[in-house]
Design a protein around this ligand. Structure first.
Ligand code: ITT
Length: 185
């Protein structure tokens, strides 16, 4: 059994639904861990693992995600949580007024600790920032993000639909490929 360590219920719902399709079960461990200031999500999860390794006895999974805006060199990126709390979706829409590029990418990095090993998995979803907020599903920046290939925001999609496009679902696919790969003897 893998513990998914997250304070974010929305993440847990998405990951557990995607893994359930492959008959992999996870349990939620609702606790926070230190997130360092770094330029890449991968560094954040790798540092967090050095703390969680002593706190969590068995196998665990963590997810660090961010919204990267082209117009601002990737900001808020690793600072997405702070920006979501302080500015919210409305703040992002204000920043993008005045004809700036609306291209954006969501990224997720997972770290899986199994036994003594740490494995990292990435998922990305390119898209655009909508002209206004739409939809009530999902969480965080979902009301303003339209993934490439869709005409509505993540917040206007069902969980299953979001999982067909999302950064997190792509990270789940990479995780599943690893879990299914034959183990070294
Ligand atoms: P953890 O306990 O797992 O760290 P968190 O919500 O703090 O939960 P992150 O630091 O990874 O998670 O999230 C960064 C921010 O990006 C946060 O404000 C989220 O709401 C937002 N976010 C992450 N994934 C998202 C998604 O799929 N859709 C919309 N917003 C998302």
């Amino acid at each position: 059994m893998i513990a998914f360590v997250t304070t974010n219920e929305g993440k847990f719902r998405e990951v557990s639904a995607a893994l359930a399709e492959a008959s992999v079960r996870i349990v939620r461990e609702d606790r926070s861990y230190p997130e360092i200031q770094a330029d890449r999500l991968e560094k954040v999860v790798r540092f967090a693992a050095t703390i969680l390794d002593d706190q969590i006895p068995g196998d665990y999974l963590i997810d660090d995600s961010g919204l990267f805006l082209d117009a601002f060199g990737g900001f808020p990126g690793v600072y997405s949580s702070y920006v979501q709390k302080r500015l919210g979706c409305a703040g992002i829409l204000r920043l993008l007024a005045e004809g700036k590029s609306r291209a954006a990418t969501f990224e997720t990095v997972f770290l899986l600790r199994q036994g003594d090993s740490h494995e990292v998995f990435h998922g990305e979803c390119p898209g655009t920032i909508a002209s206004g907020e739409a939809g009530t599903g999902g969480f965080g920046f979902d009301p303003i993000f339209i993934p490439q290939g869709a005409t509505k925001t993540f917040a206007e999609m069902s969980l299953a639909e979001k999982n067909r496009f999302s950064h997190r679902a792509r990270a789940v696919a990479a995780l599943l490929a690893h879990l299914r790969a034959p183990k070294e003897p």
